[in-house]
Design a protein around this ligand. Sequence first.
Ligand code: NAP
Length: 247
Amino acid sequence: MRFSGKNVLVTGASRGIGAQIAKTLAAEGLKVWINYRSAEEQALKVKAEIEEAGGEAQTIGFDVSDESAFVAALKSIVESDGELSYLVNNAGITKDKLAMRMKSEEFMAVIEANLKSAFVGCREALKVMGKKRFGAVVNVASIVGETGNAGQSNYAASKGGMIAMTKSFALEAAPRGVRYNALTPGFVATDMTAVLKDEIKEGFISKIPLSRFAEPSEVAEAVAFLLSDHASYITGETLRVNGGMLM
Ligand code: NAP
């Protein structure tokens, strides 16, 4: 058993990387809280798959960019389970546009959904986990937060901010026994990248030493490692899962 804790909240777990993180952590014996924003049916499907495999899961719908909803959701998890052992801030969106044409509202919408939400999750988790002097948080950032990307000034700022914020939380939380790490996936085969045109995908693949996009399970395994007792001396780290695209 790699985990001393008992439960985890995974935001944005109705599909894509988050759904796979939920399944991987449930298979490791954790009770998983599957957050979704609108796709309740898909979230229930993830729950059913986990239960069929012998795991334990519950769905919890809320919009992570709604601060009071996020705070209330964490409170209800703690009321139900008596604790929150782990948090994965995975929910994220893109709203791509060249910076010259991007309205500040479009910039801020992505900051609110990706960065402010993760801040609220990190802060509330520290309050709960700090009391027990145990816990770990993983923030799913992106390679784009390290390199920047044309058409993604909002997304890059949100993910770069997540990386720096994770280090600050790691410093504040270390004396309380809580670890914070960030993970920066490269390109992963999900709905988020399915919208890319084939020639654009091929252009990216030509720059990836492993010559393919990652499968969500390859990201989920890295998240599980960072949360687990196997990573007990790792905090404030940024783990790259990008097929060698950035070294
Ligand atoms: P995805 O397939 O688009 O799924 C996004 C998930 O986030 C969905 O479950 C969605 O729920 C949820 N979500 C979005 N906004 C939300 C909100 N405001 N409140 C609650 N849930 C919300 O995305 P993905 O590819 O799995 O990406 C997951 C994370 O990895 C994101 O943070 C993304 O930035 C990051 N990432 C992805 C890639 C990639 O290549 N795919 C690369 C690097 C980093 P609903 O269905 O209910 O809307």
